[in-house]
Design a protein around this ligand. Structure first.
Ligand SMILES: C[S@@+](CC[C@H](N)C(=O)[O-])C[C@H]1O[C@@H](n2cnc3c(N)ncnc32)[C@H](O)[C@@H]1O
Length: 215
């Protein structure tokens, strides 16, 4: 199955789930680190629930991105339904260099979207996050863990990176996240992340990272 077909099917499924209509556990846990009035770039926004909450309930200025048009369509519909003003949904493929200027954002945020890439691309994504953040800016993301039940399923492509069920997935530990994010000063780096989607399956160990670009 091509990556795009995989994601279209996922988004059709996610759109019907209650958890895709409310802010994630992670964003509510870490929003206190986002300076008031921040301009936020969200990566892999899916159905837009976190970006819409950051813009609507918390008053941030958000550019929320995804590479999947069906996800952006649902997100834009929700923006209209919820009448949220200060958010734009834009197409961005994380495989490619970001289209945004250097030091444009106060915060780069991502919920479960930075774990689809090989080592070289993952390094590039982190370099791009660093480039588009202002000095002193915040990066916050949640990613899959090497302790996930699916770890080791499918075909191993490289260390902690597998091809399975039509997509490719990387699994992180707190240590491996720190290496990819080594240019940032660490505020939080642990394996205590939870999601509404998987909390009932006993998953309480996703990797949470909040860091600061040195000023
Ligand atoms: C697990 S979903 C998370 C979506 C949303 N952040 C959430 O938590 O519900 C992963 C998201 O990453 C997006 N994605 C996957 N590969 C991508 C890529 N190369 N560039 C941009 N987005 C990508 C998918 O379309 C999907 O929306």
């Amino acid at each position: 199955m091509a990556d795009s077909q995989f994601w279209q099917e996922k988004h059709d499924d996610y759109a019907a789930r209650d958890w895709s209509k409310k802010p994630s556990i992670f964003v509510e846990e870490i929003v206190e680190y986002f300076p008031a009035g921040s301009r936020i770039l969200e990566l892999g926004c899916g159905q837009g629930q976190d970006g819409l909450w950051l813009a609507g309930a918390r008053g941030f200025h958000v550019i929320a991105t995804d590479f999947e048009e069906s996800a952006l369509y649902i997100s834009r519909q929700r923006k209209l339904e919820q009448d949220v003003q200060n958010i734009l949904f834009e197409s961005l493929n994380l495989d490619e260099l970001f289209v945004y200027d250097d030091e444009k954002f106060d915060v780069v945020y991502s919920h479960l979207a930075l774990h689809y890439f090989d080592t070289e691309t993952t390094k590039q994504v982190f370099n791009e996050i660093y480039r588009v953040l202002k000095p002193g800016g915040i990066v916050a993301f949640l990613v899959n863990s090497v302790n996930d039940p699916e770890y080791n399923s499918g075909t191993k492509l490289e260390g902690d990176y597998f091809e399975t069920e039509g997509t490719k997935k990387r699994y992180f530990s707190a240590e491996s996240v720190k290496k990819f994010a080594e240019k940032f000063d660490v505020i939080i780096c642990d394996e205590k992340g939870e999601t509404y989607k998987d909390i009932d399956k006993g998953v309480h160990h996703l990797v949470r990272f909040v860091g600061k670009k040195p000023a």
